[in-house]
Design a protein around this ligand. Sequence first.
Ligand code: PCA
Length: 221
Amino acid sequence: MTRRAERPPRVLVTGFEPFAGDDVNPSWEICRALPEAIGHARVHTLRVPVAFRDAIEVVAAEIDRLDPLVVLCLGLAGGRPALSVERVAINVDDARIADNAGARPVDEPVAAGGPAAYFATVPVKSMVAAMREAEAPAVLSNTAGTFVCNHLLYGVLHFLAASGRPTRAGFIHVPWLESQALSRPGEPAMALATMVRGVEAAIAAALEGGPDLAASEGALD
Ligand code: PCA
């Protein structure tokens, strides 16, 4: 009798194309710098358009193709000083600027009739702790904003809930790259190597599974 070799688990990591006039997006630069494997999992990366609807469609199609254990989406949050693991996605699009396809929805639901919010299904506090352990400044964030990043996290969680897949999904917002901060004096930035180290540690923690760490990361504001 021949035994079929166990297929290694997969992790899908997505990054966004540049937007808002920038020529680089650190979220995709991180994807490009990740190793081919983290622990036992093979790493697959995907570059996602900064476009409402399309962003969800391309990631959902890749989830269907790969059947990953974990999906981790990355996006830029210029002005934040640390890697921010998002706890929640809300069912609203409220765009301050147009997306790369020219769409600028105001107070539209991501999914009509969907729940008001979804919690990320990765262990967010374990991920924050793992990133700090790897000496990458990290925080837990309670808002992913109301632009394409929140839209994508909500859409992926909504898609996974409907599909019944056990895939866990989460989102990390990242700061400006140091090169981007040169033209933005006083703005916080982080070296690409630090971001990559932190994201690798977060992925390893997300792949471990198990219950989340019961440590307070609460905020008063
Ligand atoms: N950041 C934007 C969308 C793409 C990106 O990298 C956001 O935070 O919504």
